[in-house]
Design a binder for this molecule. Structure first.
Ligand SMILES: C[S@@+](CC[C@H](N)C(=O)[O-])C[C@H]1O[C@@H](n2cnc3c(N)ncnc32)[C@H](O)[C@@H]1O
Length: 309
């Protein structure tokens, strides 16, 4: 199945594309969001399309001289685009992995297909899910399953993963999925292995650290009035984005809460006077029922939008 871009219209609308603006699609994937940006961009506009997965870029590359492809990690945004500090009109993140990656059994992301225990988003990295599970100790693994998967049976699953891998009985995604299903019995709504697979993937790819770094770098690259739009798919990421936006915006400054201005004009004046505040929160958007019906993958998505001030 092809990748269907999530919250496509909403996220691109939020970027308020300027004819000759400069944009970053920090998670190019199959190019769905980039394509829509391109359709609104004039001849002198630019899109910096980033993805750390070279196979994804090569497979979905659109030939257009307004796109600059960058095969790198989005946490390196600032060093890659150092000469663009304060010049970017909008940055979009559509976090996680695409259907192109998820549905390829060889990538090892899915509990639905059998494949190697790989799970690397960036295939240049050496460590795979298999080597991680083999080398990590039981206590740490249990913590990861709890922290990044909010898995109720984290201790039992960690114990069994270590036991099976030691006896060479855990060799592929099917073995892992079967093992988890034998501990966490099938629920009506979610596959029992979903949470553990998510946790291992997040930890292996350092997704949380990467996101935190990328958020801070984005602030430096955006120009005044530039837009930061981020689509996330699970509560751990969303909490980080929400906290980051609040921390850098007026609402979170508890010490000035009592002085919170009231009118739109007063709020704008306040933003411009207070140079510690870097963002203005614009909105938070969820997919419509229609979108969820058409693309069930979108059901857990949240789009958060903020403006650099
Ligand atoms: C959900 S997909 C994006 C789909 C895209 N918006 C589209 O419409 O086709 C996320 C993409 O981000 C990439 N990605 C994930 N983490 C990354 C990171 N730390 N640095 C760069 N790319 C990353 C993945 O390889 C994947 O292709």
């Amino acid at each position: 199945m092809n990748h269907i871009p999530v919250l496509l219209k909403e996220s691109i609308q939020s970027l308020n594309i300027k004819n000759n603006g400069m944009y970053i699609d920090a998670t190019y994937g199959c190019g769905g969001h980039t394509k829509l940006i391109l359709s609104k961009l004039g001849n002198y506009g630019r899109i910096y399309a980033i993805d750390c997965d070279i196979k994804t870029i090569l497979k979905h590359k659109i030939i257009d001289n307004r796109i600059v492809y960058i095969n790198n990690n989005f946490s390196n945004l600032k060093s890659i685009l150092d000469n663009k500090i304060g010049k970017i009109d909008g940055i979009l993140f559509d976090l996680g992995i695409s259907s192109f990656q998820l549905n390829n059994p060889q990538r090892g992301f899915s509990y639905m297909f059998n494949g190697p225990l790989d799970m690397r988003i960036n295939q240049k990295k050496e460590e795979t899910a298999y080597t991680l599970l083999k080398n990590i100790n039981e206590k740490k693994l249990s913590e990861i399953l709890k922290k990044y998967g909010e898995e109720k049976y984290h201790k039992k699953i960690a114990y069994n993963i270590k036991k099976y891998i030691l006896h060479k009985k855990l060799n592929n995604t099917q073995d892992l999925s079967t093992l988890i299903c034998s501990i966490n019995k099938k629920s009506k709504f979610k596959h029992p292995a979903k949470r553990s697979f998510q946790a291992i993937r997040i930890f292996l790819n350092k997704e949380i650290e990467e996101l935190k770094k990328a958020l801070n770098n984005s602030l430096k690259l955006l120009k005044k009035g530039g837009i930061l739009s981020i689509i996330s798919f699970h509560s751990i990421e969303d909490r980080i984005i929400k906290y980051f936006m609040k921390k850098n915006s007026i609402l979170y400054k508890k010490n000035i809460h009592h002085k919170l201005p009231l009118t739109e004009k007063e709020i704008n004046n306040f933003y411009y006077k207070n140079n510690k505040i870097k963002l203005k929160i614009i909105s938070r958007i969820f997919p419509s029922k229609k979108e969820i019906f058409k693309n069930p993958r979108s059901r857990s998505a949240i789009l958060r939008i903020a403006e650099k001030i």
